[in-house]
Ligand binder design. Structure first.
Ligand code: NAP
Ligand code: GDD
Length: 385
């Protein structure tokens, strides 16, 4: 009988970890997730994977680990003997990395080294493939448009710089010790499971709350930044494909289309029949509701709307969300991934926006949301897969 492949996913409680674990389990893998200790439950995205009643065979396991703790990682990798390691764990918030630069370097930069060293020390270079979650943040102040695997890097944040170290140490271990270690240079990818403080989810949650009458306005930072946004469900497939290749290599994963934050906002409200117009500039800029198609809005949210009217100012700028150095524009060219991996995204931006807004409407409408004072912030993955 063919043995099930064993995957180890660091950062399994995060957005990508949840989608990837689900994908690999469906492919017949045994999946071990690493999670760090938290003072509250932080397994909302993967709860459906646990066999809570212990009544049948399970293929999903988790262990406590932290990327800042080498002995912990070595012990677990020795015990689990994974065929594939997906290193997704990271302090992944760019703005927060300006506040916690040293920790970010430790977890995101040296953390990657700890995984590579563990594989080398344990002498399992020939049996364990490694995926490193690299990022379009490496391109930062972009040196060419669109960005490819050959575009020079110019990171613009402590997060980007930590990930630069992780990228190159992965390449170095591949060249120096023959590890099957690859970088996926993924552009922004979002989903209903996206963390609530990233801009897309912050917007779709607020759009749902404003439509339902639970929130009056949304404060954001730079509305002009442009990102190449895809769906996380498509992007985790590229991680799997990268590790199925005979040879390790580095790949850009992107949609090739870039959109400004202000236009993402527009799309999210348009889905509900609301049009936004902007007036003013800089910190004085506001976005107001210029038109409302009440029949569409009421049909989607399932209730009468008396609390919204054209002219209401709902988008405001708060410089708190500005970054000391910004990445103005990202747009990737994923030709290599398409040609070598056969990777092609199924979702376009309109489908992504609809998936996120519809999920947040459903989530915010649940009674629990109000009862818990707004604390139910993650949908259950089984509701949306
Ligand atoms: P995410 O939702 O923020 O998840 C990050 C995961 O890492 C969480 O499970 C988190 O645990 C865990 N983690 C953080 N610090 C850790 C530590 N010191 N030790 C162990 N675990 C730790 O991020 P994501 O969007 O899924 O992204 C996955 C990876 O891809 C990250 O490395 C990110 O930098 C990278 N990436 C993301 C994108 C994107 O657009 N999403 C694009 C390019 C690259 P908690 O749940 O306890 O916080
Ligand atoms: N988070 C946030 N909050 N961003 C805002 C806001 C706000 O209120 N207002 C405007 N923005 C702008 C940011 O300044 C940035 O230019 C853009 O929206 C996107 O911000 P994020 O959603 O926080 O994502 P990111 O692009 O900085 O980083 C994400 O993508 C990277 C890949 O390019 C993260 O997932 C990183 O981990 C990932 O590597």
């Amino acid at each position: 009988m063919k043995k099930n492949k064993i995957a180890l996913i660091t950062g399994v409680t995060g957005q990508d970890g949840a989608y990837l674990a689900d994908l690999l389990l469906k492919k017949g893998y045994i999946v071990h997730g690493l999670k760090r200790r938290s003072s509250i439950f932080n397994t909302g995205r993967i709860d459906h994977l646990f066999n809570k009643n212990r009544d049948q065979e399970t293929k999903f396991f988790y262990s406590y680990a932290d990327l800042t703790d080498s002995s912990n990682l070595i012990r677990l990798i020795k015990k689990i003997e994974p065929d594939e390691i997906y290193n997704l764990a990271a302090m992944s918030h760019v703005k927060v990395s300006f506040d916690t630069p040293e920790y970010t370097a430790n977890a995101d930069g040296i953390g990657t080294l700890r995984i590579l060293e563990a594989v080398r020390l344990l002498g399992i270079e020939n049996q364990t493939k490694i995926y490193q979650a690299s990022t379009s943040e490496l391109f930062g102040k972009v040196q060419e448009i669109p960005q490819t695997e050959k575009t020079p890097f110019y990171p613009r944040s402590p997060y980007g710089v930590a990930k630069l170290y992780a990228y190159w140490i992965t390449v170095n271990y591949r060249e120096a010790y023959g590890l099957h270690a690859s970088n996926g240079i993924l552009f922004n990818h979002e989903s209903p499971l996206r963390g609530e403080t990233f801009v897309t989810r912050k917007i779709t949650r607020a759009v749902a709350n404003i439509a339902l009458g639970f929130q009056q306005s949304l404060f954001l930072g730079n509305l002009d930044a442009k990102r190449d946004w895809g769906h996380a469900k498509d992007y985790v497939k590229s991680m799997y494909l990268i590790l199925q290749q005979d040879e390790p290599d580095d790949y850009v994963i992107a949609t090739g289309i870039t959109t400004a934050v202000r236009d993402f906002i527009q799309k999210a409200f348009n889905y509900l029949g609301i049009n936004i117009e902007y007036k003013g500039s800089g910190t004085e800029e506001v976005g107001l509701m210029s038109e409302i198609d009440f029949s569409r809005l009421e049909e989607i949210i399932g209730k009468k709307v008396k609390y919204l009217k054209p002219g209401m100012e709902i988008i405001k700028v708060d410089p708190f969300y500005y970054r000391p150095t910004e990445v103005d524009l990202l747009v990737g060219d994923a030709t290599k991934a398409r040609e070598v991996l056969g990777w092609k995204p199924k979702y376009n931006l309109d489908m992504l926006v609809e998936d996120m807004v519809a999920s947040d409407i459903k989530l915010m409408k649940k009674d629990e949301y109000l009862k818990q004072g707004g604390f139910r912030i993650q949908p259950q993955i089984e509701d949306i897969l």
